[in-house]
Design a protein around this ligand. Structure first.
Ligand code: SF4
Ligand code: FES
Length: 251
């Protein structure tokens, strides 16, 4: 096991009404086997023992599936590892003496709650607007007996991999949630069970996205570059088609 010494430059903010600022900490003997969140745990233990306020950050599963974790590490949402959540980033990616700047996922629609924690409930409200199937689709046997071309099933599963972390929003210069929304629309619109509510779904989810204050896609592709699940911007093209067909032709 090897260990490294780090300088951590972390955004500290008491609550959404306070002004925040960066604070610098030195952390020695960090095991390179640790995950990034374990490194923050060690820092927080140190701060607590010193009688200081620990750094607030979101996390849950710590295995890359729940979408709760996330911070901007040296300017990149979820850090330097491609297609990786912050909880799956490991300290072996860093060298001794490195300075690591850690910031929250900043966006107009994601108000900062405390330190690295942001309120991402705007994404939940987009799902509540239509990201579900409410018609009767039968039981498991029906699901298993409806033939679906394997390519279509793969595309739907690829879209369904979105964990709702919001890294796409944080990395977009327009603060757009179109990668997230398009993944959720795509996973349902590709499958037979999603067809009856297809039109209403696209209209309602896009309308909610606008209402929450997310910006529009201008093809920067920053979202795709940082997405931990490799969600393709082809889903945005599909969402735009779904929306336009619904608005223009009522299909
Ligand atoms: S599209 Fe990717 S980056 Fe955006 S919320 Fe889903 S998993 Fe996170
Ligand atoms: S903590 Fe669940 S994906 Fe990172």
């Amino acid at each position: 096991m090897s260990s490294i010494d780090l300088k951590l430059v972390i955004w500290r903010q008491k609550d959404s009404d306070s002004l925040g600022d960066f604070e610098t900490y030195t952390l020695r003997d960090v095991s390179t086997d640790m995950s990034f969140l374990e490194m923050l745990d060690v820092l927080n233990e140190k701060l607590t023992l010193e009688g200081k306020e620990p750094v607030a950050f979101d996390h849950d599963c710590r295995e890359g599936i729940c979408g709760m974790c996330g911070a901007v590490v040296n300017g990149v949402a979820h850090g330097p590892e491609k297609e990786n959540t912050l909880c799956q980033l490991h300290m072996r990616k860093f060298k001794s003496g490195d300075a690591i700047v850690i910031e929250p996922f900043r966006s107009l629609a994601f108000p900062i709650q405390k330190d690295l924690m942001v309120d991402r409930s705007a994404l939940d409200r987009i799902i509540q607007a239509g990201g579900f199937v409410s018609v009767n689709t039968g039981g498991a046997i029906d699901g298993n007996t409806i033939p679906i071309p394997s390519k279509t099933a793969e595309l739907a599963m690829d879209a369904a991999a979105c964990v709702g972390c919001g890294a796409c929003v944080a990395s977009c210069p327009n603060g757009s949630a179109m990668l997230f929304t398009s993944a959720k629309i795509s996973q349902l619109s590709l499958l037979p069970q999603g067809q009856p509510e297809r039109k209403e779904r696209a209209e309602a989810m896009v309308a909610q996205m606008d209402k929450e204050g997310f910006g529009y896609c201008s093809n920067e592709r920053e979202c795709e570059a940082v997405c931990p699940k490799g969600i393709s911007i082809r889903n945005i093209a599909r969402m735009n088609r779904e929306y336009l067909k619904s608005m223009l032709f009522g299909e």
